[in-house]
Ligand binder design. Sequence first.
Ligand SMILES: O=P(O)(O)OC[C@H]1O[C@H](OP(=O)(O)OP(=O)(O)O)[C@H](O)[C@@H]1O
Ligand SMILES: Nc1nc2[nH]cnc2c(=O)[nH]1
Ligand SMILES: [Mg+2]
Length: 165
Amino acid sequence: MTPYSKDFPVSWHELHRDARALSWRLLEQGPWKGIIAITRGGLVPAAILCREMDIRLIDTICVVSYDSSEEGGAANVQGDLRILKGVEGDGEGYILIDDLVDTGKTAREIRKMLPKAHFATIYAKPAGKPLVDTFITEVSQDTWIRFPWDMEYTFSTPLADRQKG
Ligand SMILES: O=P(O)(O)OC[C@H]1O[C@H](OP(=O)(O)OP(=O)(O)O)[C@H](O)[C@@H]1O
Ligand SMILES: Nc1nc2[nH]cnc2c(=O)[nH]1
Ligand SMILES: [Mg+2]
């Protein structure tokens, strides 16, 4: 049984705007040595942050967590976190970026590896929020965020027709 009953679709435009808002917040807290993106969701926000903040040193922590093999591609079943690639050091002076924090499981594990990094996300749900140093938008725990890279344009049935069905 999925704990998600609401959908929160995010467009490229909204994501860009929110990532730029995060850049403003982080610029005020710098200087920064570089950015560490948590793959894969942190990669697009990392690219936007680097551009806005003139950061050229970009590293990755590569992890596998949620299972996207479910029918319909709804990637909402979380398994054990597997670290495919880490980084050296304790993260001091670095921004650690991910697209969102949900249960906080990913953040908790990665914060153990990089306790001095500044953990930033664009979106945060209540359970994961205490683990984040800076975020932009909070959504409820029962909401599944849909990122633009996971979606495509398709026909939308008019509301009146949906009621008939
Ligand atoms: O707070 P948590 O409950 O741990 O969830 C947050 C993580 O889940 C998503 O990644 P996902 O595992 O879906 O993989 P992806 O980034 O490779 O798409 C998201 O990008 C975070 O990394
Ligand atoms: N796309 C997406 N991935 C997630 N991983 C954990 N929570 C979420 C979510 O709300 N949306
Ligand atoms: Mg992720």
